[in-house]
Design a protein around this ligand. Sequence first.
Ligand code: SF4
Ligand code: SF4
Length: 108
Amino acid sequence: MENGFIDRGIGHTPEVVASPPKEYEIVVIGDRCKECSLCINVCPKDVLARGQRMNKKGYRATVPVKPEACVGCRVCEWACPDFALFVRPSEKAIGRVEWSDGEEVISH
Ligand code: SF4
Ligand code: SF4
C-alpha cells in the first residue's frame, strides 16, 4: 500500500483506504534561495513570504510563514529553480528555514 491506496492491478480502480495527510512540513534551504519569489507567487494559499535574513549569496530567503494553510500541492517545490524548498506530509503543520548555524521554525 502506498499513498493510502491499494492497487488491485490493471483494469481495477484503486481502493482508497486512508485519508490523505492534512498537515505538511515546508523546508527551505536558506543558502540556496536567490530571492526570485517564484514560490511565493505560485502558492495558492499565501503560505510563503520574503524573509529578512540574508543568506551567503546576499539574498533574503523565503520563509514559510503560514504552514497551517499549506495544502501540500507542491507547486512551490516544482517552481523553485534552485531546489531550495521541499514539502512533505507531517504530523503537524510546520515551516523551517535551515541555515548552516541552525534553523528557524514556524509551527502551529
Ligand atoms: S505546497 Fe502548495 S500550498 Fe503548500 S506552500 Fe507550496 S505552493 Fe503553497
Ligand atoms: S523559488 Fe526557490 S530560489 Fe526562488 S524565492 Fe522561492 S525558494 Fe528562493
